[in-house]
Design a protein around this ligand. Structure first.
Ligand SMILES: [Zn+2]
Ligand SMILES: [Zn+2]
Length: 283
């Protein structure tokens, strides 16, 4: 049944999104690839007591206050679409997405002071979405302190498989830290060809790159341990990433990436030969 909540003047709706549901939402590929939502959420998360207004964040980070309200609305839209169990109808009788990611605490001179929902905060913590370890790594990268032996080297740690997401058809939750670590490892350069061009990310000015699981996650069942690990995640420019999924002759890129990573994959227990890997891509 779809719950319909109408016109709460304070934007505080009893929608009861659980920590696990927030974790699923945050792991949706649409959100993991959306630097605007993640950037706004991270800044809200870093605010004292997870409480801020769009205006105060805008001033602090030199961005338009509108950016923060738009990203919060978009996060709310993803939540409604994914959960399919409630709708919020605002005072103008139209669907609203305010008050999903946060609760309104008070209004000061017409400005909404809002706090991230505690379940969302717990989900962010449990996923380590904005973990300091990763921020440090990115920070180090920004300062060009590229001590390859240390932080950016693969750790070759074996991880147990994450639980299967029950709600949707079989899928594994993705580890955003593993993905970020693999981007740092590659120095934010395309691993097929480091000279490939890209543009600076809005969130932090780092080169925009995408992550790709060399052994696709849908074959996770064939392995005893998790394949959502940095050793299996490659950093690619948008063009190469699309090539691997949709292009002709993609064997060339898969072969190159496999030879770069085969030893690292073997070390974490994802030993795979080239013909088997090509088979996963139906080549
Ligand atoms: Zn991919
Ligand atoms: Zn490329």
């Amino acid at each position: 049944m779809m719950d319909v909540h109408r016109n709460s003047r304070t934007h505080n709706y009893e929608i009861n999104i659980s920590v696990d549901e927030w974790k699923e939402i945050l792991c949706l590929p649409e959100i993991q690839h959306d630097n605007n939502i993640l950037s706004a959420l991270e800044k809200w998360y870093l605010a004292p007591d997870y409480t801020a207004s769009c205006k105060s964040l805008g001033e602090r980070y030199g961005q338009s206050p509108n950016f923060f309200s738009v990203q919060n609305r978009r996060l709310g839209q993803f939540a409604v679409k994914h959960l399919k169990r409630f709708r919020l109808i605002g005072s103008n009788d139209k669907e609203t997405y305010w008050g999903i990611a946060w609760i309104e605490l008070r209004r000061e001179k017409g400005i909404y002071i809002v706090q991230l929902r505690p379940e969302l905060v717990d989900a962010i913590k449990e996923l380590g979405l904005f973990a300091f370890e990763t921020s440090d790594a990115v920070q180090q990268y920004l300062q060009n302190d590229l001590s390859q032996e240390k932080r950016f080297e693969f750790l070759h740690e074996k991880f147990a498989k994450p639980p299967l997401s029950e709600r949707t058809t079989k899928s594994y939750l993705r580890d955003p830290i593993a993905a970020k670590r693999s981007l740092c490892h590659a120095g934010f350069k395309c691993e097929f060809d480091a000279s490939h061009d890209t543009f600076p990310r809005m969130i932090d000015g780092l080169p925009y790159m995408e992550t790709h699981h060399l052994v696709p996650l849908k074959y996770a069942d064939r392995f005893v341990i998790s394949i959502d690990v940095p050793e299996n995640i490659v950093c690619l420019c948008s063009t190469c990433h699309n090539w691997i999924h949709y292009g002709q002759n993609n064997m060339e890129i898969i072969e190159r990436l496999w030879s770069l990573r085969k030893n690292d994959l073997y070390q974490v227990g994802i030993g795979i030969d080239l013909s088997e890997l090509l088979g996963f891509y139906q080549i």
